[in-house]
Design a protein around this ligand. Structure first.
Ligand code: GDP
Length: 332
């Protein structure tokens, strides 16, 4: 069954409900208030992230970052004195400011630099809450959408090209090796795998796409199978579309991103392998910027994006915090 985009607007999802919820719901005090502005408030942010206080200063060096983030100064490269690199940094900063993802409960004009998660365009708002994963259990593998769990818990669907680093990211997020191992088991890679987190929400591992050697028919099957899941599953809080930032934008990822945008599926771009810099090749942040320029027309509002590395841990806690604010909003 195909849904027209107008139907999709009725679904409960943070990305497209931003301006469709009654105003009083957006501005009323939600249960989890994340203070943002003063230093004590930043300490609270640190405690939500379970970070040392110094890292609550969003623009301080990310201890694990090895690549410059578009939203702040390079952390490992010495500051360049060349005017061209200063201009490039300024342009990147402007790019982030222009295309911020502003969550419910925050007015765009109130956003300050401190409210933007490092290495992302994501503004943290009042719905952000405790985000750490304490417990994960494999629930089931489903070959059809109608076989997926029916308990109405919110879920995040993880999607990406094969080899993008999906298993590594799931491992990094959950710190449980068996989760990714289950997903990699022969026979399970082409199924929808549900993992219950903290007994309250799901991580859903979807089949990877773009297997280089898969016959055309198998690729088409993947496509209709996964598209059916997106269009018919109304417990999706957001799709996390994983994109390898160490390579220039790939057509198959752009096609997927454009399709999700055109169909109003709430989503977040999770750029992987941001620690990787091949000599003579474009930097991850340049690939990210190019990627977003290529998909911009498919999105009415700038979708959230975040840089991650499963090798250094870059973006892990920030991604979990972002997921918590989407989830808490969805729950309310
Ligand atoms: P999947 O097929 O999407 O599940 O990808 P995997 O998690 O199995 O990763 C594919 C390859 O990329 C493996 O060789 C990983 O070690 C590597 N990889 C995954 N994440 C990262 C990362 O953040 N940085 C780097 N440098 N390599 C990574």
């Amino acid at each position: 069954m195909s849904h027209a985009p107008s139907n999709m607007l009725l679904r409960r999802g943070p990305s497209f409900l931003l301006f469709s919820k009654p105003h009083h719901l957006l501005t009323s005090s939600p249960p989890l208030i994340l203070p943002l502005l003063s230093f004590p408030q930043q300490l609270r942010y640190a405690s939500l992230l379970h970070l040392p206080a110094c890292r609550s200063r969003l623009y301080c060096s990310h201890s694990q970052a090895t690549v410059p983030s578009p939203s702040h100064e390079p952390t490992t490269n010495p500051p360049s004195s060349s005017s061209s690199s200063r201009v490039a940094d300024k342009k990147r900063e402007k790019f982030v400011r222009r295309a911020l993802f502003v969550p419910p409960g925050v007015a765009r004009e109130e956003v300050t630099e401190e409210m933007i998660l490092p290495g992302s365009n994501i503004v943290i708002g009042p719905y952000a809450g405790h985000s750490q994963i304490k417990q994960v259990e494999f629930v089931k593998s489903s070959s059809r959408v109608k076989d997926c769990p029916k308990d109405d818990r919110p879920e995040f669907a993880m999607l990406g090209r094969s080899n993008v680093g999906k298993s590594s990211l799931i491992n990094a997020l959950t710190r449980k090796k068996e989760v990714a191992l289950t997903s990699k088991k022969p026979g399970k890679t082409q199924l929808i795998n549900h993992f219950l987190v903290n007994k309250s929400w799901y991580i859903v591992d979807l089949p990877g796409y773009g297997f280089a050697n898969a016959p055309e028919a198998a690729r088409m099957d993947w496509s209709s199978f996964t598209k059916g899941y997106f269009l018919n599953r109304n417990t999706i809080v957001a799709v996390l579309l994983l994109v390898d930032a160490s390579v220039p934008p790939q057509k198959i990822d752009l096609d997927c991103a454009n399709w999700l945008g055109r169909n109003n599926i709430p989503m977040t771009f999770v750029f992987t392998k941001c620690d990787k810099k091949k000599s003579g090749k474009q930097r991850p942040d340049e690939n990210i910027k190019n990627f977003q320029e290529l998909i911009r027309k498919s999105y009415k509002e700038p979708p959230p994006w975040i840089m991650t590395s499963s090798v250094t841990g870059l973006g892990r806690d920030e991604l979990l915090l972002h997921m918590s604010q989407l989830r808490n909003y969805w729950d309310n």
